[in-house]
Write a protein that binds this ligand. Structure first.
Ligand code: HSE
Length: 318
């Protein structure tokens, strides 16, 4: 029999969503930043959930009903009629509001820890669905692309209709991501704002072009062919509507491509930008050129070179 636990800590990585044409469908885990969530089961049973943020970052709500980690946990507790009072501690490693799946990382770590602590034995789909609850607080809707990547790592495709379903594909060994993160403060509901500018209806030709690109991405992952997958990273529907909210977008893009990037796109809802390469030699240069692109618009930024992350995992329990 498994021992009873009082404490569990899990971590989950940053992620990039969309990869261009895969809006709300593609997610890729980034081995770059991590959130850590600790959950303590208390001896009392009033169904109270308290959330604290170790780094004291005031931009993250610490009201349980607004915090992404506790929102997910509250839904599981309600569903399984778990009444224990619990303390949740979130250590934010993923920068907030910059298109790197910050809220998803907290939710993914939280559901992973909670599932282990209370031995819920949730299926992968249930974990995914509960983790996506946390997205409602930042995006206004449940979207699964960041959470699927944070929870399970690698590249994942998700669909919600007719039922929630996801598929993971291993990533090519030579795939290198260059992420450029601007040092700007975005509004609290940035993703909701970034979603409001997207066209509600699209032309058939645009749909066909985006679909073809998305299929090339999947095909590239399937064949472990970085060049092929990068050739599909071109979105003509969502990205043009969002690019004006990213200072220096055109310059960042052209700089990265001129420095050897195979593809460049907005990371999730932005404003971070992400480039792909298979050359370690080019990666640093691509990053610097992207920083220069932001600098042209008087925005400071920091570029990072990383690989693909593995899924969320429990790192301590007792
Ligand atoms: N697919 C979501 C969007 C990702 O682009 O709005 C948000 O990180």
């Amino acid at each position: 029999m498994k021992e009873t636990l009082d404490f569990c800590k899990a971590k989950a990585s940053s992620s990039t969503a969309n990869l261009g044409p895969g809006f709300d469908v593609f997610g890729l885990g980034l081995d770059l930043f991590y959130d850590t969530v600790s959950i303590k089961k208390l001896a009392t049973n009033h169904g109270k959930i308290r959330v604290t943020l170790q780094d004291g970052n005031t931009t993250i709500p610490s009201v349980a009903s607004e915090n992404t980690a506790s929102l997910s946990v509250m839904k599981i507790a309600r569903k399984y009629n778990i009444k224990n009072d619990i303390d949740i501690n979130v250590v934010k490693g993923v920068p907030v509001g910059l298109g790197l799946g910050s809220s998803a990382a907290s939710s993914a770590a939280a559901v992973t820890a909670f599932d282990e602590l209370f031995r819920c034995e949730l299926s992968e789909n249930q974990l995914l669905d509960f983790a996506a609850e946390g997205e409602v607080s930042s995006a206004g809707v449940k979207h699964y692309d960041n959470v699927v990547a944070s929870l399970f790592g690698g590249f994942a495709i998700v669909r919600t209709y007719p039922t929630l379903q996801f598929s993971r594909i291993n990533t090519p060994k030579d795939l290198i991501l260059v992420v450029c993160v601007p040092k700007i403060v975005t509004p609290a509901k940035k993703t909701k704002v970034a979603r409001s500018v997207i066209p509600r209806t699209i032309g058939l030709e645009d749909h066909t072009r985006n679909l073809a690109n998305a299929c090339m991405i999947v095909s590239g992952f399937q064949y472990q062919d970085t060049k092929l997958l990068a050739s599909g990273i071109n979105d003509i529907i969502v990205e043009p509507a969002r690019k004006n909210s990213i200072p220096g977008y055109d310059k960042i893009r052209s700089n990265a491509l001129q420095s050897g990037a195979m593809a460049v796109t907005i990371s999730g809802a932005g404003p971070s930008m992400i480039a792909l390469t298979n050359s370690r030699n080019d990666a640093k240069r691509i990053g610097k050129s992207m920083e220069e692109g932001f600098a042209d618009s008087k925005i400071e930024s920091q570029s990072y070179v990383c690989g693909v992350s593995k899924g969320a995992k429990v790192i301590s329990k007792h």
